[in-house]
Design a protein around this ligand. Sequence first.
Ligand SMILES: [Zn+2]
Ligand SMILES: [Zn+2]
Length: 136
Amino acid sequence: METRNTIQKQTILQAVKELANHPTAEQVYEKVVVKLPNISRATVYRNLSNMADRGLLQRIGVPGGADHYDHTLQVHYHVLCTHCGALEDIWLEKPAKNLMELANEKSTFSIQSYQLVFNGVCPCCEAKQRKENPIQ
Ligand SMILES: [Zn+2]
Ligand SMILES: [Zn+2]
């Protein structure tokens, strides 16, 4: 039995997978609304947030920007282009597991998770910069 909620959830999850490159909630909404014209923006946002809380999606918080969602659940990291906001995966050989232990030793807080986003310039923006400043 497929309830309306189940169909909504499946469509949202599918949209995150199809968009592939870490869409924001807004981008997911724009894709989902094509298939489910009656769905509200709030429903998409709420479902994404719930699925991230339940570990079905990864939420990537970007300081000063909208959260991004990732359907890849294995431990990996992200690099953010500080010019255009593009987000890309970084797969490191050894996940920095010790980072949490180290942080726990130094902090009075009981640390439960962490987010690590590298900042950089994507190849597209770098090429553009070179054109604008050929001397550098
Ligand atoms: Zn860029
Ligand atoms: Zn990712």
